[in-house]
Structure formats: structure tokens, C-alpha cells
Design a protein around this ligand. Structure first.
Ligand SMILES: NCCC[C@H](NC(=O)CCC(=O)O)C(=O)O
Length: 447
């Protein structure tokens, strides 16, 4: 039985400690901007502006809160002791990179927060959520617990929503969430095909794998998520990412492909077995034809795709059924990509409009428009059952903008991360935020 459903996008609000620490080997932007001075206030406002623009266009737009950073409980687990200020000072002295890791605002990239399967696809007809363990990078491996709490406090009703724990946090089950998961369908409320893209097979050392940069997602992790969510084989496709793409800086599939409805917009270097993947999607997508929009290396070399983040765009269905591609500003700064975008719209295919967003603060850490959002397809009933205090409207946008203006710094260096005042500012701000959003006590310092 199908119902009308909507795609809601939940953007991660950038936290007060947004900084450039160069923590993500394999993510070209993160490494090239290491130690640059960041502007957390501007970063958060850029994100809010994107949310507001899309909400104004009629898209359902939600927000996921930033986490408590620097995360003192993690430092205590690692043996630092004394007052919170003592812990910070000792960590800064002993290992500034470790301090930067527990201070990262990386929860802003909610495409990595979790994998979500809509109720039309799952055996028990509930929406299933599994927070990603993000075990490939230490600074991200500490996100899943609080992410799970935030999701559970927004999607509380067990009649509609099912929450799983993150997978075991070892490399065999490396899971990076929705960034490696694409749902294709005829309409959001119809059962679709869930495409899981992985970088490596953990239990087969002979299988193809990247040589230079790490593969963050394993086949075994993707298969486990599909089992947990109660997806059937007939509606699930597993595809290996091209190892050469990972070695070229494509650390998540959403840096080289994006899908929406029956459209798959992708680069010719995205998949290891392109033909097989497309034909399996076609055969499993029962009530509609797949519309591939393939970009060739001749038109957009992979290096340009990576530096522009062309594919890290949001592909959104507008009221009239046509699709809007929400791209980062960098796409208009790179000739091959800008030319391609003009051609894409002119050729009259499924993507009829391009809109540019300035998310430069996030881009400098390797996060474009699509990294900043988690998609949750919801029926009318599910939308009615969720906590609506996190949905953006004019009033919430104004309130959050004022909140950012009042609490965030406009300059942050690596040395500032050891400042005990920053920790106080962050906790104070987040305490107010859970009040604004009506989320209850989700942070460790509130418990
Ligand atoms: N989906 C986009 C994720 C970007 C994220 N960058 C970072 O964590 C960089 C943080 C730093 O280097 O300070 C990552 O690589 O997982």
C-alpha cells in the first residue's frame, strides 16, 4: 500500500568550534586547508541561509544540532584528568592533533550522520535509522552516540520509527551513512531501490581496493544496514566505487554521484562496474525507467569534479515535478563544470534548473551542499508524528540566526581550541539550543 510521501532534508547546523585541522587523509580540501583560520559564525550563517532558501521554495527543511565540542568525556576516556580546564590544557600539551579531533565540528555533515530507509522499503513499514560509526576517522568516530540521541528525540514514536545502534566500530564494518546510499524510486511514497556504494570488501583481501587513500565504507557494513532495515534483495543494489576515484580524492560516493526519484546523476568514473550496476537498478526499479545523467571525463575531468564538488549537489524535486540542482559556488569558478551546467539545463533533460549556494566555509573542509544534509522520506502521518520543533520556518530561522550571532566567534585558530572559554561558550550555546529546538537533554554535559 503506497502513500503520498515527502523528502525532508535535515541539515547539520555548524557548531561553534568549526575549524580547519586537516584531519581527513583522502579528503583533498581538508588536507589543503590545514591550519587556515576559520570563521564559525560565517559557516553557521551560510548553512542557515541555504536551509532558509530551500524552505522558502517549499521544501521541507529540518535541522540537526551540533555536538558538544571539545568533547571532554572522550579525553577523560583517554586518561586526561582533573578539571575540564586541566583536561584541555593537558591534551593541548600532549597532542594538539588529538585535541583538534575532539574539537571538530564535523557533525555538520549530516549526510554521514546515518543511513535512513523510508517505510515504503522496509519489511515492518517503519522508517529505519542507523547512525554511521564513521570509524575511518577518529574525530568522526565519536559522533554516532549523540547523533542517535538526537534522531531518537526527533523521531520518537516507535509505531513509525525504528532506531538501530551504529555497527561495530572496526574497519571491517566502516560505515559512512547516507553519503554512500542513494534511493531511486518512481515517487517517494512508492517502494524504491536502495543503492549502497562501498569502497572495499573487508573479508576478501584479493578484491579490488584503492591504493593511495583509504576506502571508508565496506560491503559488509552496507549489507548489515540492509539486513537491519529489513530491505529485500529485490529492492537493494550493492555497487563498488571505482578505486581509482577514491585515489583521486572521492572519499564518499556523494562526491561523484547523486540520485533523486528515477534520476541518477553521476560521473563515468563513479562505479567499478557501471553497466552491471545500471542494469541491476533498471531490473529492480519496477514501476519506472531509470534516467541516467552521465557526465563523461572528457567533459568534466575527475579532478574538476572533485575540486568543484559538482556531484555533491542536492537534486531536489520541485512542485511541478522538474528537478533543481543546488550546487556549491565553486562549480561556477571552474570552466569545464560551469560550461557543463549551462549545457545540462539547456538540453531539456530532467534537471531543469541550477541554483548556486555559498557554503565556502564547509567546502574548505570537503563538505558541499549534499554533505550538509540528511534526507528522510516521510509520509504525511510520519511527518505529523515527528517532533516539528526542528523544522525551519521564518521564526525558527530568525531565532537561530540571532542565536549564532550572539554565541559564535568569527575567527578561530588551532591554538584557540585549548581555550577553556571556548568550551564554556559552546556548552552555554548548546544548552540554549536544545531549549530552542525542544530536544531535551541530549548532550553529555546536560546529563
Ligand atoms: N561529507 C563530507 C565530510 C567532510 C569531512 N571533513 C572533515 O572531517 C575535515 C575536518 C578537518 O580536517 O578539520 C570528512 O572528511 O569526513
Amino acid at each position: 500500500m503506497s502513500q503520498h510521501a515527502t523528502e525532508a532534508n535535515f541539515d547539520g547546523l555548524v557548531g561553534p568550534t568549526h575549524n580547519y585541522a586537516g584531519l581527513s587523509w583522502g579528503n583533498v580540501a581538508s588536507k589543503s586547508n590545514v591550519s587556515a583560520v576559520s570563521n564559525p559564525k560565517e559557516a553557521a550563517l551560510q548553512g542557515l541561509k541555504k536551509m532558509k532558501t530551500l524552505a522558502d521554495r517549499g521544501f521541507v527543511q529540518g535541522i540537526l544540532p551540533p555536538h558538544e565540542r571539545p568533547h571532554i568525556p572522550t579525553l577523560r576516556k583517554l586518561g586526561f584528568s582533573g578539571s575540564d580546564a586541566d583536561v584541555l590544557a593537558a591534551a593541548a600539551k600532549s597532542n594538539p592533533v588529538l585535541l583538534a579531533a575532539v574539537a571538530s565540528a564535523s557533525t555538520m555533515w549530516t549526510a554521514n550522520a546515518a543511513t535512513v530507509s523510508p517505510s515504503a522499503d522496509t519489511r515492518d513499514h517503519r522508517v529505519h535509522f542507523t547512525p554511521a560509526n564513521l570509524g575511518a576517522k577518529f574525530h568522526r568516530s565519536i559522533e554516532h552516540e549523540v547523533t542517535g540521541r538526537a534522531l531518537a528525540s526527533i523521531f520518537t514514536d516507535e509505531a513509525y520509527f525504528a532506531h538501530h545502534k551504529a555497527l561495530p566500530s572496526v574497519s571491517h564494518f566502516g560505515d559512512e551513512g547516507a553519503a554512500n546510499h542513494t534511493r531511486l524510486c518512481s515517487a517517494y511514497g512508492e517502494s524504491g531501490v536502495e543503492l549502497f556504494v562501498y569502497g572495499q570488501t573487508a573479508f576478501d583481501e584479493a578484491a579490488p581496493a584503492p591504493k593511495r587513500f583509504p576506502a571508508r565504507q565496506t560491503l559488509e557494513a552496507s549489507q548489515a544496514i540492509a539486513r537491519l532495515h529489513g530491505l529485500t534483495d529485490g529492492h537493494t543494489v550493492f555497487a563498488q566505487q571505482n578505486p581509482n576515484a577514491i585515489d583521486a580524492g572521492v572519499f564518499h560516493n556523494d562526491v561523484i554521484a547523486v540520485g533523486n526519484g528515477n534520476v541518477l546523476f553521476y560521473h563515468d568514473q563513479a562505479f567499478l562496474e557501471e553497466e552491471r550496476v545500471l542494469s541491476e537498478i533498471r531490473s529492480k526499479l519496477k514501476d519506472t525507467d531509470l534516467q541516467p545523467v552521465r557526465v563523461s571525463s572528457d567533459e568534466v575531468p575527475i579532478a574538476d569534479a572533485v575540486s568543484s564538488y559538482l556531484f555533491n549537489s542536492q537534486l531536489l524535486t520541485q512542485k511541478d515535478g522538474s528537478m533543481l540542482l543546488a550546487v556549491p559556488g565553486e562549480c561556477r569558478e571552474i570552466d569545464s563544470v560551469s560550461r557543463y551546467l549551462d549545457k545540462l539545463v539547456a538540453q531539456g533533460g530532467p534537471i531543469s534548473a541550477v541554483e548556486v549556494f555559498d557554503v565556502k566555509q564547509s567546502m574548505r573542509n570537503g563538505g558541499g551542499p549534499a554533505c550538509l544534509r540528511l534526507r528522510v522520506v516521510l509520509t504525511e502521518e510520519e511527518l505529523g508524528a515527528m517532533h516539528d520543533g526542528v523544522l525551519i520556518n521564518d521564526a525558527l530561522y530568525e531565532r537561530l540566526t540571532t542565536w549564532v550571532e550572539g554565541h559564535y566567534r568569527d575567527e578561530l585558530t588551532q591554538a584557540d581550541l585549548a581555550d577553556p572559554m571556548l568550551l564554556d561558550e559552546c556548552r552555554h550555546a548548546l544548552d540554549e539550543l536544545t531549549g530552542i529546538l525542544g530536544l531535551g537533554s541530549i548532550y553529555d554535559f546536560q546529563r
